[in-house]
Design a protein around this ligand. Structure first.
Ligand SMILES: [Zn+2]
Ligand SMILES: [Zn+2]
Length: 78
């Protein structure tokens, strides 16, 4: 059912959608991590993969290593 995923997003606001999607793969975040430089969130897997090829942030191009990011706070705690 290709239409199913899209319909699910309709009920989520645009900003919410951005918050929940990865800046690299644009999919819903898996194991989200936050870049210290710009506070953008990425999947841990995506950013780890990115940093093997590039030592700068995919969002703002600031120098970045795997030490420059933190696990995103869990929303489930709220
Ligand atoms: Zn991703
Ligand atoms: Zn950044």
């Amino acid at each position: 059912m290709p239409g199913y995923e899209k319909e699910r997003f309709v009920s989520i606001g645009e900003s919410e959608r951005n918050e929940l999607s990865c800046g690299i793969c644009h999919e819903i975040l898996k194991e989200p991590v936050v870049a210290n430089c710009c506070l953008q969130t990425f999947c841990r897997e995506c950013i780890t993969q990115w940093l093997t090829n590039d030592s700068s942030c995919p969002y703002d191009r600031k120098p970045m290593t795997s030490n420059d990011m933190n696990p995103a706070p869990s929303r489930a705690d709220e």
